[in-house]
Design a protein around this ligand. Structure first.
Ligand SMILES: Cc1cc2nc3c(=O)[nH]c(=O)nc-3n(C[C@H](O)[C@H](O)[C@H](O)COP(=O)(O)OP(=O)(O)OC[C@H]3O[C@@H](n4cnc5c(N)ncnc54)[C@H](O)[C@@H]3O)c2cc1C
Length: 542
């Protein structure tokens, strides 16, 4: 009989027993998302948040209402995947998938310790002891939104953490947070006290330790990746030892863990820097794409700016001709900041507009007009926390035969034009539908061994929707490898939490210290207990 992940957790998790097995609706939802159902996996977050309307939501939502009506005039030019969608092999055991919906792998157990501090240390140690005894791998994950098995231990024990204990030290401008806490929980804790996360992703669903482990970035400026804002952490190594690591204590382990995809230790908690929350006013400018890098860098370097991002138009006929530069600066009045909200019900409309672009070039142009034309007219002030309090829901599609796949390339600013040329040459021919590109700034990361941005970069976050079919996968792999070849030629790199489509030599070229990372990992974890698909596919062979 097939066992579900949550049943396994009931049996296996020592902490669950200790804490009385209280239901955690968020985690149960996460498990429901990550575990493949036999007849159709979506792998997407489907957490409905009906809340208040933010400016950001309003921007998309208002366009969505008009656009969805008008959109029917543009018939979707999508292929029919009937009968072709990928069905994972299943022989009666546990299968664990991630947000790709195409990475299902067998795991021996999926445990979800509902614990923090010493109890979480004990839970990690218990799983590691079993894994060492059985010679099996362990990997810990949080929201499981990575897309290439980066948190899946094939035939091993998957641990999912979701624990939101946060202690705020206002004098130190930092907070100690459990690794499994989600950013939504961090914002909820910091906001009433007038503080805000310094760096997080553009959505709030992800785990804090996971964010450190992929060394993610966001759109607050002028920061480097999130690891730059972590002062110290505690983690359990594969042999069960609990260590503290920082830039001064065990700095080698700190550099390995930052952007280390959970391959060095299981992070229990972290001390993370915060900044003051603030009321921000937006400024929009639409400009020809050639002038974008200069204008973007000027905004990033302007000390008056707190958050900056860019967008480019994505319709094939005029691909990347125009750029939108959006920046937010604090207003004169910082009194009585309103509580952080989310975009709530409007997110559903935004998601609908976003996905209505698939196969509809006219809809892509429509969305660009909404963003570049309507936005300046209707967008207003917002707080930093509200801008960052956005669920992934706004990006999730509803078609079970398709999946949204992200790419991200870290481009030296001086090579931005060459990067766009590469994209123009490669992307229009692809089978996947190109929906969006957002541009962010990432300052240099001098610490992490697997640094995606060893020098300052413009990060191009690209979103595609593709069929969940072998033909679409093959074509997506072809496109990704072609893009990475061109990005490497111009001195850039690609981001590791997405589809594992790079060739091994491309990985080694983009991450020139990966062999050092692998050697150091082997010395800390000689039996290779902490493993996931990133190790199996790329680093294990170095
Ligand atoms: C819709 C969407 C939007 C995104 N936006 C951004 C963005 O704005 N900026 C950006 O940089 N990235 C972005 N990403 C990528 C995202 O940051 C990563 O996929 C991130 O890993 C997701 O967090 P998670 O909680 O789902 O991590 P998971 O997929 O659960 O885990 C990711 C990695 O962290 C490790 N890990 C997790 N918890 C621990 C722990 N306690 N100890 C040790 N290792 C651990 C896992 O083993 C795994 O290798 C986005 C992804 C999606 C799907």
């Amino acid at each position: 009989m097939r066992r579900r992940a949550d049943q396994v957790a009931d049996v296996r998790s020592p902490c669950k027993t200790r804490f009385g097995g209280k239901a955690n609706p968020d985690l149960d939802r996460a498990a429901a998302v990550t575990m493949l159902e036999r007849n159709g996996a979506t792998g997407r977050s489907d957490v409905a948040r009906i809340g208040q309307i933010t400016r950001r939501g309003m921007l998309f939502g208002s366009g969505a209402v008009i656009g969805l009506v008008a959109g029917n005039a543009w018939a979707p030019g999508l292929s029919d995947p009937a009968g072709l969608t990928i069905t994972p092999p299943w022989e009666g055991g546990l299968l664990l998938d991630d947000a790709s919906g195409m990475q299902a792998a067998p795991v021996r157990a999926h445990v979800r310790p509902r614990a923090s501090g010493d109890d979480l240390v004990a839970a990690f140690r218990a799983e590691l002891a079993i894994a060492r005894r059985d010679g099996r791998p362990v990997s810990v994950g949080a929201a499981r939104h990575s897309m290439g098995g980066q948190a899946i231990p094939k035939d091993g024990t998957a641990i999912t953490v979701d624990d939101a204990r946060i202690e705020i030290d206002t004098a130190a401008m930092a907070y100690r947070v459990n690794g499994g806490a989600r950013w939504s929980g961090v914002i909820a804790a910091l906001d009433p006290l007038g503080f805000s996360p310094a760096v997080m992703q553009s959505n709030h669903d992800f785990g804090v330790a996971a964010t450190f482990s992929v060394n993610a970035h966001g759109w607050p400026v002028p920061f480097g990746p999130m690891g730059a804002t972590v002062r110290s952490l505690r983690m359990v190594l594969a042999d069960g030892e609990l260590v503290t690591a920082s830039r001064t204590e065990n700095p080698g382990l700190f550099a390995l863990a930052m952007g280390g995809y959970g391959l060095v230790g299981l992070i229990v908690d972290l001390e993370v820097e915060m900044v003051k929350n603030s009321r921000l006013a937006p400024e929009f400018s639409v400009l020809p794409v050639d002038g974008f890098p200069q204008a973007f860098l000027a905004a990033v370097r302007d000390p008056a700016k707190a958050m900056v991002y860019g967008r480019l138009n994505v319709d094939r006929a005029a691909l990347f001709e125009e750029a939108l530069l959006v920046s937010y600066a604090p207003t004169d009045d910082q009194s009585d900041l309103p509580a952080a909200t989310g975009s709530g019900v409007v997110s559903h409309l935004a998601a609908a507009l976003y996905h209505a672009q698939a196969g509809r070039e006219g809809m892509k142009r429509w969305r660009w007009q909404i963003e570049s034309g309507l936005a300046p007219a209707i967008s207003g002030q917002s707080t930093r926390n509200t801008l960052m309090n956005e669920p992934v829901l706004t990006l999730g599609g509803r078609d079970p035969d398709r999946v949204d796949i992200l790419h991200e390339y870290f481009v030296p600013p001086e090579a931005f034009g060459a990067f766009l040329d590469a994209c123009r040459a490669i992307i229009p021919d692809t089978f996947a539908e190109f929906l969006n590109v957002t541009l962010r700034y990432v300052d240099s990361d001098p610490v992490s061994l697997l640094a995606h941005s060893p020098t300052p970069r413009i990060a191009a976050v690209m979103s595609f929707t593709q069929e969940r079919t072998a033909r679409a996968e093959a074509d997506h792999r072809r496109m990704t490898q072609a893009l990475i070849d061109r990005v490497l030629l111009i001195g850039g790199s690609y981001y590791l939490p997405y589809r594992p489509h790079a060739r091994p030599e491309q990985f080694a070229a983009a991450y020139p210290r990966a062999a050092d990372f692998a050697a150091a990992k082997r010395s800390v974890d000689p039996r290779l207990i902490l493993r996931n698909n990133l190790w199996d596919q790329y680093m294990g062979v170095l």
